[in-house]
Design a protein around this ligand. Structure first.
Ligand code: PMV
Length: 289
């Protein structure tokens, strides 16, 4: 029996624009998915397409138990975390000898297959390695760890990443003169954020700008706008949609003293508030049981 866990993630800056080669900044969070794998001779009942693909790709039969602190279909990377933790646990239980890099790559291939070609390598990479990761094209660079206390607000409006990515793609074809400058502006915000990672006030302001640009791209949702405004009014430095939008989650960067009131303001809007911060470990082995 082997148990491994892997973290979820948030996009700090640059979602959607990252699909078109602009820089994006994602961060692993402390909320995780934990997976136990036990060898088994006969095939069991399939629990999820991701787990099924992991078993197939590794060529094994096993019983798989999942425990998750991440809400699913909300943009916090729960499917990538399940995939990475399952692959890492299979790797351990069956002595397959894959490196972390190989687990991340296999995880990406599985996500792409299950999501019919619509997955970026961001989620599986961040979940495997942890930390803050700069993504630009196919390049991924881990940045030095930093203390970014976040409050995540889950609107509980389920969202579909591929549909939102498609929507932006369609708008870009229809109105390139409008959409491309918005993507450029998001890229410029991310670029500036990279220079301001030490200053939460400036980062908050940049998050607000990024949020407005995501709204302009058409990936906003009234429930997310409500949470973003509530978080700012409760003392956050800034707040924005995180991930594909159209539902799912927002994040607020808040001074320590205001975290509780920001979480309270989010809950008042009938949303789930999750206080979290950076995870630097990525996939890790857990005690069995
Ligand atoms: O909704 P999420 O957390 O899967 O984030 C999607 C981020 C996009 O930039 C919209 C797409 C991508 O693959 O990077």
């Amino acid at each position: 029996m082997a148990t491994w866990s892997a973290p979820g993630k948030v996009f700090l800056f640059g979602e959607h624009a990252v699909v078109y080669g602009r820089p994006g900044l994602a961060m692993a969070i402390q909320h995780r998915v934990s997976v136990t794998v036990r060898k088994k001779r006969s095939p069991g009942r399939v629990k999820s397409p991701y787990i099924n693909e992991c078993l197939g790709a590794m060529g094994v039969r096993a019983t798989v138990y999942v425990r998750s602190q991440l809400p699913s279909s909300s943009g916090l990377g729960s499917s990538a975390a399940v995939t990475v933790a399952t692959l890492a646990a299979i790797n351990d239980e069956f002595g397959k000898g894959l490196t972390r890099e190989e687990v991340a790559q296999k995880g990406y291939e599985i996500e792409r297959k299950v999501q019919k070609g619509r997955a970026s390598a961001t989620d599986t990479y961040v979940s495997s390695f942890g930390g803050v990761v700069l993504i630009r094209g196919t390049e991924k660079k881990r940045l030095p760890p930093m203390n970014l206390p976040l409050v995540v607000g889950n609107s509980r409006v389920s969202h579909n990443t591929s549909l939102m990515v498609e929507k932006v793609g369609r708008e870009r074809e229809r109105h390139p003169g409008i959409v491309n400058p918005i993507l450029d502006a998001i890229g410029a915000v991310t670029q500036e954020a990279l220079l301001q990672l030490h200053d939460p006030r400036v980062l908050g302001m940049l998050m607000n700008t990024n949020h407005a640009l995501l709204d302009a791209l058409g990936v906003g949702h009234p429930a997310l706008t409500r949470l973003v405004l509530a978080a700012r009014a409760a003392g956050a430095f800034g707040a924005k949609i995180t991930g594909a939008g159209g539902g799912g989650c927002m994040i607020a960067l808040a001074p320590s003293r205001a975290k509780g009131s920001v979480a309270g303001a989010i809950r008042t809007c009938d949303a789930q508030a999750i206080m979290t911060t950076l995870d630097t470990e990525g996939a890790r082995k857990e005690k069995d049981g």
